[in-house]
Write a protein that binds this ligand. Sequence first.
Ligand code: M6R
Length: 364
Amino acid sequence: SKGNHKHYMLKEIYEQPIVVAQTLRSYLKRMEGEITLPIPEFDLSTIKRVTIVACGTSFYAGMVAKYWFEQFARVPVDLDVASEFRYREPVMEEGGLALFISQSGETADTLAALRHAKAEGQKIAVVVNVPTSTMAREADLLLPTHAGPEIGVASTKAFTCQLAVLAALAANLAHAKGLLSKDQEREIVRHLAEAPAALNGALAYDEAIEAMAHKIAGARDVLYLGRGTDYPLALEGALKLKEISYIHAEGYAAGEMKHGPIALIDEHVPVIVIAPSGPLFDKTVSNMQEVMARGGKVVLISDYDGIQAAGEGCMATITMPKVHPLIAPLVYAVPVQLLAYHVAVLKGTDVDQPRNLAKSVTVE
Ligand code: M6R
């Protein structure tokens, strides 16, 4: 049931601290400061390349994972949307790992891609939320998320749980490659274990986000910008907004704006900038200022320090708890989900069952 919530989507957004904690519990040994996989004997040490394939929101989780796998485990990653994967005749070397991410475990494009990779001799890993699904059954390495049933068509809690599992997998891969010291592993465990509390901290800004949604609901187009792992978050924010509020929205890598999309900017286009303080903050802020100089109405989502440093001149700011960059994609998912949700409610759309969409897409 929806409990006290008006929609399943809102209920599922609010469940995130609990289900992320639940998911992490099966990957972290907190006392020992270790990360484990459900099949500890699965050998990751020989993996030279990872191919990640998924659709929609699950694809954006995979895009975040690409940054992590390359950064921590120094393993090159190929990333495709499932509907494109087979048709580009991808080159897969012997002994590669192919990783499929899916809430339902039934998405037809992703399943077809999985079978293709299997036929090409890849080891198959899946991150799925439905343990009885077809993908779960066909995997060599099953990495479950424990988000519980997700009813809202717009994926929310499945996404943050996928990120939790993917961060654990990236750390495990780094460990298997001998790239992670005991201390570094302990640090990663500590940061991941902070995610549930940080998600609660993010949810505390719900009312402020709801109030801000009025400034977005009248827009015809909305842009989302981010860099690094916040770039997939920008894409995810735009997807959430378009699928439930029917407002045209696009996500861009912040640095790519000046190569074309900045031509769209005027005072009618809100630009949501996702920029936690960290190594990429200054670069993103300078892209944000380019937008402001052209009359763009910016909503800056950052932490207290980031907003102090760059919030001036923004149409609005949303303050997030200050978190380690590793868990920032989980935490910053919350404000983009809530923003899309409140805008959709203001527009009076069918939030849980948006037009033209199905929860599980079982045709190719
Ligand atoms: O069940 P899956 O994760 O395989 O589904 C993939 C996409 O269909 C799904 O994420 C879709 O994009 C959502 N409606 C996004 O909110």
